[in-house]
Write a protein that binds this ligand. Structure first.
Ligand code: ATP
Length: 269
């Protein structure tokens, strides 16, 4: 069955953070960050554990409120938007997606539409979303425990896209998956991002994933952005010690694999 995929309503907004700060008692998780993210961009937030990445992401959909500063989506201050309305406009995908275990896959995907009181065309939308995330249609009637981790994560992406958000926030969305599934899902998500014209912000610990997916990489340390560069700029070096330390890992892994390959080739000749 070929379904028409509607792409017309999704078009990513620009995001603006102005002197945003978030403190938890003595800890400053995000420290006076100002940032402009262009509409339709794919931004990766990288940095060591505790550097403030998740806190920054969650201030955009108001899961966390800033201690100071402003967050604007398409020039609108998020504080002026009811959090429920805001979260229907923003897709949110996180590690171990947390599907409702007692609901079918279909209902899990459509939950945002259900909460928004949208009664018409829900099953058609679910069918369209299953196709979009490349899951077979017969999964709609299954329960979450009957799916693999990778399939559940696809359902999570489908659920996040159900209300046709222009903005996707992703917090380690593929972190719990095996490397092969992770790679393929990341590649498919990148294609979706482009096809739907989304703005996507992804938090990842995996520098190689950030380099592959994003068109802009922000390196965080101690609540601040220490580097802001394209993947090519990051790989060329010269954008700071924090970035260099993170790029060094995939670079060393790649060099190690090449060296291993050469050793094997020499042994066989
Ligand atoms: N609810 C909270 N209460 C107290 N401190 C918090 C809270 N949430 C985050 N923090 C602290 O804020 C800092 C930044 O945390 P955050 O989760 O944003 O970092 P992160 O870069 O996303 O880390 P990770 O990569 O480990 O998920 C950390 O020092 C953390 O302990």
């Amino acid at each position: 069955m070929t379904l028409m995929i509607s792409t017309s309503s999704a078009s990513g907004p620009a995001i603006s953070l102005k002197n945003v700060r978030r403190s938890y008692d003595a800890v400053t998780a995000v420290d006076d960050v100002s940032l402009e993210i262009a509409a339709g961009s794919f931004v990766a937030l990288v940095g060591l554990s505790g550097s403030g990445k998740s806190t920054m992401l969650k201030m955009i959909n108001r899961l966390v409120e800033p201690t100071a500063g402003e967050v604007l989506i398409a020039d609108e201050d998020v504080r002026a938007i009811d959090p429920h309305v805001l979260r229907r406009r923003i897709g949110y995908v996180f590690q171990n997606i947390g599907l409702f275990p007692h609901m079918t896959i279909s209902r899990n995907i459509a939950i945002g539409l259900e909460l928004a009181g949208e009664k018409e065309g829900r099953s058609e939308r679910v069918a369209e979303l299953l196709e979009l995330v490349e899951l077979p249609q017969d999964m709609a009637v299954r329960m979450p425990h009957q799916l693999s981790g990778g399939q559940q994560q696809r359902v999570g992406v489908a659920r996040a896209l159900a209300t046709r958000p222009g903005l996707m926030l992703m917090d380690e969305p593929f972190g719990a998956l095996d490397p092969v599934t992770r790679d393929s899902l990341a590649g498919q998500y990148k294609a979706l991002h482009e096809k739907l014209g989304l703005t996507t912000i992804i938090v990842t610990h995996d520098m190689a994933e950030a380099l592959y997916l994003a068109d802009r990489i922000l390196v965080m340390e101690a609540g601040q952005i220490k580097a802001d560069a394209t993947p090519t700029e990051l790989l060329s070096g010269g954008v700071g010690d924090e970035a260099e330390a993170l790029v060094a890992i995939p670079r060393a892994q790649a060099a190690h694999l090449i060296a291993l390959g050469q050793t094997h080739a020499e042994q066989e000749t």
